[in-house]
Design a protein around this ligand. Structure first.
Ligand code: NAD
Ligand code: TDX
Length: 341
């Protein structure tokens, strides 16, 4: 039997990972440790078996709470907990430094104190900065760090702390760096679910700048399977870039969503650019493919279809997360209101 301590497991990717663990291991036990910030959502955990999945509402920056909930026999910590939205980090960086940096160190210290066998850090391609447009360059594990937003800088700092814990104390660590995830249960502050939720209500889709920025999109379950492969087969101290070789310009993403929904492209609205907006992310996942034997299962077409179907079938989930706090955030960020039921 394996025991997992998953942080941030009530968020978008963490909740998909917890589901995958419960599917893949008949006898695993999971402590799902999440502070339920604005992005954490208990509805994301509906229906999970309480005998094998224990939810704890607490903060990773609280060392006592972490130690109180981290058993001696824990096999793996998987750290998803983070402030994850670039625009919010531009508005205010403080929480990003606390959770993403200080919180990661708390978890590393606790892992050593409890003799946890492996520590998996969920990082991002953004730590490597931005690539030139229309180029054949990709991010590899050897790409230098060049974070451009406070979010990316905080995730880069966290990676350095993980590296230091491995080098100095011999903690068994693995880092995964993924690109832009999409799929069910993604909070609609991120571009794809925001565009989808807006278009479903005939609200406009705000596109920053010229809309030609490129992101490398991956279906969330494919990312989770890569994390599982890294957790099981990754070398101690290694970093793995995870991507589905699926570069798209933002404008193409918006057009694909509108076409699939049968909505007019006139819903696209160009708005003021994000400060410091990274131009292109593109990942070379060769190492994960060769060392971990991992491959994505979904194509852009199948992943998008699954995602759109999920949002179509889960109107109440969307309406619930587009609460007063969300509507205030939206108004402050975009200067317009979103339509809610
Ligand atoms: P998310 O914002 O949906 O979820 C984050 C979760 O962490 C939430 O449930 C929140 O309540 C929890 N959390 C935040 N601060 C906490 C704290 N101090 N203590 C405990 N829990 C806390 O994020 P996501 O999109 O699911 O991303 C998960 C991880 O994957 C993050 O580390 C992010 O940097 C990384 N990542 C995300 C993407 C992406 O495209 N979304 C891509 C690459 C890497
Ligand atoms: O309203 C918008 N309009 C727009 O054009 C928003 C919210 C975004 N965008 C653009 C900015 C980016 O070029 O769309 C692209 C995607 O934006 P986000 O969804 O905010 O993602 P990004 O900034 O690329 O970062 C994401 O990928 C790496 C995740 O949010 C991070 O958590 C992850 O680490």
């Amino acid at each position: 039997m394996k025991t997992f301590f998953v942080t941030g497991g009530a968020g978008f990717i963490g909740s998909a990972f917890v589901r995958l663990l419960l599917e893949e291991y008949d006898d695993c036990r999971i402590v799902n440790y999440d502070a339920l910030t604005y992005a954490g959502n208990p509805d994301n955990l509906a229906g999970l078996n309480p005998d094998r999945h224990r939810f704890v509402c607490a903060d990773i920056t609280d060392p006592e709470a972490v130690l109180a909930n981290l058993d001696e026999n824990t096999d793996v910590i998987v750290n998803f907990a983070a402030e994850s939205h670039v625009d919010r980090s531009i508005n205010s960086a403080a929480e990003f430094l606390q959770t993403n940096i200080a919180g990661t160190q708390v978890l590393l210290d606790a892992a050593r104190a409890r003799g946890v066998k492996r520590f998996v850090q969920i990082s991002t391609d953004e730590v490597m900065g931005s690539l030139p447009e229309d180029d054949d360059k990709f991010f590899t594990e050897a790409s230098p760090f060049a974070p451009n937003s406070p979010y990316a800088a905080s995730k880069a700092a966290a990676e350095h702390l993980v590296r230091a814990a491995h080098h100095t104390f011999g903690l068994d660590t693995v880092v995964t760096r993924c690109g832009n995830n999409y799929g069910p249960r993604q909070f609609p502050e991120k571009f794809l679910p925001l565009a989808l939720a807006n278009a479903m209500k005939d609200d406009s889709i705000p596109i920053y700048g010229d809309g030609r920025n490129v992101r490398d999109w991956i279906y969330v379950e494919d990312h989770c399977r890569a994390i599982l492969a890294a957790l099981e087969k990754g070398r101690a101290g290694a970093v793995y870039n995870i991507g589905a070789r699926n570069e798209r310009r933002n404008i193409e993403v918006a057009e694909a969503l509108l076409d699939a929904l049968g909505k007019p492209r006139s819903l696209i609205k160009f708005v003021k650019d994000r400060l410091g907006h990274d131009r292109r992310y593109a990942i070379d996942p060769s190492l994960a493919e060769t060392e971990l034997g991992w491959r994505p299962r979904e194509t852009w077409a199948t992943g998008l279809e699954k995602t759109i179907n999920w949002y179509r079938e889960n109107g109440p989930w969307i309406e619930k997360v587009r609460n007063l706090a969300y509507r205030d955030y939206y108004k402050a960020q975009y200067g317009t209101e979103v339509t809610v039921d």
